[in-house]
Design a protein around this ligand. Structure first.
Ligand code: DX5
Ligand code: ZN
Length: 219
């Protein structure tokens, strides 16, 4: 499977959001990554439904919504209505994860689980066959522009092995500190979806950086 590139609009210029969305539309990117933060689960607040609906109006690619929020069950339907094509919830925020995943699927969305850097991959053993996507956080969630945590490689390999055995179509998505220097190594370890915020939007050529990430290959 050719890997997916998902630019994170958290790093876009919100005063020129339509311009940045159109850049992604005409680039080699596959999805829009949409980071929702509630100021409780993570120490930052990003944006909510009106912004996601506005993005949806212009986006010509699926919205990959990453919920960094406490008790996401309350809002799943509203995120679907705002335009989410996939919804990823945090393992650490969901005491009834199986129920939450089924609810996301019933809405017709791709269902994902995100793991914080300290959360072991092995905790997904009893839910892995129900998932469309696992997002491995390679920074602590809450902010763009942080340094990549190297232990992520080990987690990708563990997840890739679990996916090979139990769910070969799983998206293995990496989020945080992804750039042109580590993309090929991440793919080699088993990742097949890369989120990139600052690497794309701080670049002199955002579309060029997206293209470089898309064409990063394992040796
Ligand atoms: C962090 C978010 C990321 C963030 C990545 O909490 O989940 O999606 O936008 O930003 P970079 O690529 O700048 O690390
Ligand atoms: Zn994210």
């Amino acid at each position: 499977m050719n890997h997916v590139i998902a630019p994170s609009i958290l790093a876009a210029d919100f005063a020129n959001l339509q311009r940045d969305i159109e850049m992604v539309n005409s680039s080699e990117a596959d999805w829009f990554h949409v980071d929702v933060m509630d100021g409780l689960f993570v120490p930052n607040i990003s944006f909510g439904f009106p912004v996601i609906s506005a993005v949806k109006k212009h986006a010509q690619k699926p919205l990959d919504v990453h919920l960094m929020i406490t008790d996401p069950d309350r809002y799943l339907k509203a995120f679907k209505q705002a335009g989410a094509d996939s919804i990823t919830v945090h393992y650490e925020a969901c005491p009834h994860l199986h129920r939450t995943i089924q609810a996301i699927k019933e809405l017709g969305c791709r269902a994902g689980v995100a793991l914080n850097p300290h959360t072991p991959v092995a905790l997904l053993e009893d839910i892995i066959t129900d998932l469309d996507l696992v997002l491995i956080m390679s920074v602590n969630p809450g902010f763009g522009g942080q340094k990549f945590i190297a232990n992520t490689y080990k987690k990708i390999k563990q997840l890739k092995q679990l996916a090979n055995e139990r769910n070969p179509n799983l998206y293995i998505e990496i989020d945080g500190g992804v750039d042109e220097t580590n993309a090929a190594t991440l793919i080699e370890a088993g990742a097949n979806a890369l989120v990139a915020g600052s690497a794309v939007f701080s670049s002199a050529s955002p579309a060029g950086t997206i293209s470089a990430l898309k064409h990063a290959h394992s040796l």
